[in-house]
Design a protein around this ligand. Sequence first.
Ligand code: MN
Length: 232
Amino acid sequence: MNKTVFSPPAMVTIPVTGSDERFAVRRIFCAGKNYADHIREMGGIDTSRPPVIFAKPADALVSDGRDVPYPRASQDVHHEVELVLALGKPLRDASEEEAGKAVWGIATGVDLTRRDLQAQAKKHGGPWTSAKAFDHSAPIGPITPLDKPFADQGGRICLSVNGEVRQDGDLGQMLWPPRRLLVYLSTLFDMKTGDLVFTGTPAGVGPVQIGDRIQARIDGTEPLPFTITATG
Ligand code: MN
């Protein structure tokens, strides 16, 4: 193999509950507008359309209990707690059964969003990249491995800021439950082993400030605590 012109960056990996092994991350796909009460709080009314699909770079992940610096170039950064699916198999034009078998594990994640830049993008019909895919925009807890195929089911999904509950929903409220979402993604992309999928957020999103202590929890996963620190 030819030598590369500079050393390639290390693969991004995140911890696995109950193991010394780590999960190597390939890509991060995200679903927006997947809970009706969140669509309504953002001023939307149409809950019949497929979720909005966007992506974050793998190196936007923040794991291992690290702090999250408040991002540059925004004055309105919001928290969005989301169930994250970690794929252990590829998926292409998959069935729901195949999708359930491809979920290697699940985790709690937060889709940090520059809401001010997202509002500008929506106004001008531009992409969401600067609003969603910035550095440190994807805090994530350890991945809990599954011992059987993933089945869509309810469960509490919540987030508190400095001990005050801001988001408190149920996984069963998803308009496109995880397996159906994976089926949809597998019609758009060749989904690969190592891909993560953020599945959308329930109502209650709101701003974070420097110094805030965030605690995100989803039934069946490890809790995700992190602190917002000064802009790095
Ligand atoms: Mn989101």
